[in-house]
Design a binder for this molecule. Structure first.
Ligand code: FEO
Length: 174
C-alpha cells in the first residue's frame, strides 16, 4: 500500500504534468498562428510526452493500491513575443519541474518509500534530457538572433521530431 503523504504528492505531480501538457499545447497553438509549423509540431509532441508522464504517475499510484484524484488545471499563458521567448519559457518551466521531481524524491527518501524512490529515478533522468533539449534549442535561437533564414531552418529541424502518436490512431476510423 502506498504511503499517504507520497500518494498526495504524486497526485499533485499528476496535476503539474497535465499543466505542462496544457501549457505546451498553448505554445503549439501560438506557433501555428505565427506560421512556424515546426515549432508547433515540436510543442505538440512535447505535450504528448507530458501526458505520458502524468499517466506514468497515474499507473504507479494504481499499481500501489492508491487512488488518483484529479484537480483543476490552471489556464496557461496564451501568447509569446517570439519563439525565443517561448523556448526560454519551456527551459524555465522544465527547471521548475525538475525541482518538483527532486522534492518528490526527498519526500520518498524521508518516508523510506523505496519503491517510489526507485520509480522516480526514471523521472530524474528524463528531466536531465528535457532541460538539455530545451537549452540546446534556446542556444541555437540565440545564435541566429531569433529570426531570418536561421529561424526557418530551426523550424524545419523541429518539424522532424517523431511524436509519440499521430492521428488517426492505428485501428481508429479516419
Ligand atoms: Fe514532465 Fe517535461 O517534464
Amino acid at each position: 500500500m502506498i504511503n499517504k503523504k507520497v500518494e498526495k504528492a504524486i497526485n499533485d505531480q499528476i496535476n503539474a504534468e497535465m499543466y505542462s501538457s496544457y501549457l505546451y499545447v498553448s505554445m503549439a497553438s501560438d506557433m501555428e498562428g505565427k506560421s512556424l509549423p515546426g515549432f508547433a509540431h515540436w510543442m505538440k509532441s512535447q505535450a504528448q510526452e507530458e501526458l505520458m508522464h502524468a499517466m506514468k504517475f497515474y499507473d504507479f499510484i494504481v499499481e500501489r493500491g492508491g487512488r488518483v484524484i484529479l484537480k483543476g488545471i490552471d489556464g496557461p499563458q496564451t501568447s509569446w513575443k517570439n519563439p525565443t521567448e517561448m523556448v526560454a519559457h519551456v527551459y524555465k518551466h522544465e527547471q521548475h519541474v525538475t525541482g518538483l521531481i527532486n522534492s518528490l524524491m526527498d519526500l520518498a527518501i524521508k518516508e523510506k518509500d523505496h519503491a517510489t524512490v526507485n520509480f522516480l529515478q526514471w523521472f530524474v533522468k528524463e528531466q536531465v534530457e528535457e532541460e538539455s533539449t530545451a537549452s540546446d534549442i534556446l542556444q541555437k535561437l540565440k545564435l541566429i538572433g531569433g529570426k531570418g533564414d536561421g529561424l526557418f531552418m530551426i523550424d524545419k529541424e523541429l518539424a522532424a521530431r517523431v511524436p509519440l502518436f499521430t492521428f488517426p490512431l492505428p485501428g481508429a476510423q479516419a
